[in-house]
Design a binder for this molecule. Structure first.
Ligand SMILES: [Zn+2]
Length: 200
């Protein structure tokens, strides 16, 4: 009989951005429940945001949440590249670290994503991370589709993908934690000035 435990997801906030983090954590957890209910190992999901570098245990996921692509920590400190909404990169040898990030302001978007929308981007990057798939992931469609083919209002989980993710959770790559070294501080006027809620 498997000993069930929670699956842990960390949303890293190295730029100390103001946002509705509690709502974002709730939305992200709602996506991962689709995955954990396909496993024998996990019975719940715990999603936390953190401004400081956490201690990660094995099989825990971390996604950096940044203001915009120009603040990319993965591109800067781990491996060059990136997409319009987020970016995940892998070490194919050595310590096999994996790094994921998602942006509040996707490239070309003036408005900041709502927690419900940003959670979809975070889950998408998590799919790259957990399945260790690059652009080939996009062929799966659904939550795996690339940004151009993803409609936040209609996108749905595909059970086959959630099952693949569930199987892969137990062999997750260790997460890259040095993003804090590359994070650029944000002045309040930078990105929150167009936001009447003052970043909340
Ligand atoms: Zn992608």
């Amino acid at each position: 009989m498997a000993n069930k435990r929670p699956f842990h997801v960390w949303l890293a906030n190295p730029q100390e951005l103001k946002y509705n983090w509690s709502e974002l954590c709730k939305e992200v957890a709602g996506h991962f429940v689709h995955v954990t209910r396909e496993t024998d190992d996990y019975d719940s999901v715990i999603v936390r945001s953190t401004m400081t570098k956490p201690v990660l245990h094995a099989n825990e996921l971390l996604v950096y949440v940044l203001a915009a692509k120009l603040h990319s920590v993965v591109d800067d400190g781990f491996g060059p590249g990136g997409g319009p909404g987020g970016y995940t990169a892998f070490q194919r040898s050595g310590s096999h670290l994996t790094a994921s990030e998602a942006y509040m302001h996707p490239v070309g978007e003036e408005v900041r994503l709502k927690p419900r929308e940003l959670a979809i981007v975070i889950f998408h990057e998590a799919m790259h991370n957990i399945l260790q798939e690059g652009d080939e992931l996009h062929r799966r469609g659904g939550m795996a589709a690339d940004a151009e083919h993803m409609n936040f209002d209609t996108v749905k989980h595909r059970k086959a993908d959630d099952r693949d993710l569930a199987r892969a959770l137990s062999r997750m790559a260790p997460q890259w934690l040095d993003g804090w070294l590359y994070a650029k501080p944000i002045k309040k006027v930078d990105l929150n000035s167009d936001d009447p809620l003052g970043g909340l």
